[in-house]
Design a protein around this ligand. Structure first.
Ligand SMILES: [Zn+2]
Length: 124
């Protein structure tokens, strides 16, 4: 089990007891270190640290990875999303379907298709 540090640039400045480490007289508030974190793809200990990162680096990150400079369009050919109705079948199972957000058309899905993240009706 490897521990990793929260990537929040100000994590160490939040004075919670769990961040206070070391022995007197050398105690310091330190960046949180965990085996598992649940924010920002496992890089941040909480939402505040995630937003701190974006405040500090977001502008540069967007410029680096490509800024959106034209409107994207949701059209019939790429408007399919997956959804399900909770336990509506006689056997208490869910009813899975693809829904077109433009036309409102529904097409049935198997549970396997629903769970397959690469399966889509959208055209690339
Ligand atoms: Zn943090």
């Amino acid at each position: 089990m490897s521990l990793k540090y929260c990537q929040g640039p100000d994590c160490h400045t939040y004075t919670t007891q769990d961040r206070l480490k070391g022995t007197k007289p050398n105690k310091t508030y330190q960046t949180r270190r965990r085996s598992r974190m649940y924010y920002g793809q496992g890089n941040f200990c909480d939402q505040r640290c995630m937003y701190d990162w974006f405040e500090t680096f977001g502008e540069r990150a967007i410029n680096h990875f490509g800024r959106t400079t034209d409107a994207k369009h949701l059209r019939e050919h790429n408007a399919w999303v997956k959804d399900y109705d909770w336990r509506v079948n006689a056997d208490d199972s869910h009813r899975y379907y693809s829904l077109n957000k433009i036309t409102r058309e529904q097409r049935p899905l198997t549970e396997a298709q629903y769970n397959d993240t690469s399966y889509t009706l959208n055209e690339r």
